[in-house]
Design a protein around this ligand. Structure first.
Ligand code: AMP
Length: 144
């Protein structure tokens, strides 16, 4: 999908927001939702989305909703660091399929990095073990 087009109300993250598809949630308020990536590129990989903005990408979102996302991203990055003690944290965000975007509801990736541990591929890693994901989510949530 290119940068221009219509927001699809049936994208997987819209379904997660509506509770139609399960997610391993880490944090939620009226504005944002943070949850674990089910194809994690590293241990603790999570995502932050707006619950209110129907924006496919960074170019479409209003500043207030974007601000709420970024405040949550910083909070989650700190909690991930406290909980999992990574050596670094990568924050990524893709706009349009040619840029690597696969889900067209704006989201920001929080990807902890560990010295000497290679990153799994973006969008083609193995599906995580759900019990392990829930344990990681609880550890991160406890550090918020
Ligand atoms: P992007 O390629 O930047 O659009 O990222 C989409 C991300 O969403 C990828 O890292 C996927 O692993 C992740 N993802 C896809 N479906 C789900 C889901 N149902 N729950 C959690 N993460 C998902």
């Amino acid at each position: 999908m290119s940068l221009s087009g219509q927001y699809d109300d049936n994208n997987i993250f819209a379904k997660i927001i509506r509770g139609e598809v399960p997610a391993v949630k880490v944090y939620e308020d009226e504005a944002v939702l943070a949850f674990m990536d089910v194809f994690p590129q590293s241990k603790g990989h999570c995502l932050v989305i707006s619950k209110t903005a129907k924006a496919r990408n960074l170019l479409e979102i209003d500043g207030q909703a974007l601000g709420a996302i970024m405040v949550a991203v910083q909070r989650l990055a700190k909690a991930v660091t406290t909980a999992l003690n990574p050596d670094g944290v990568v924050i990524t965000q893709f706009n349009g399929a040619p840029a690597g975007q696969t889900v067209f509801h704006l989201h920001v990736h929080i990807i902890p990095r560990y010295e000497g541990v290679a990153l799994a591929g973006h969008g083609h890693g193995n599906m995580a073990d759900m019990a392990e994901l829930k344990m990681l989510a609880a550890q991160i949530a406890a550090a918020l």
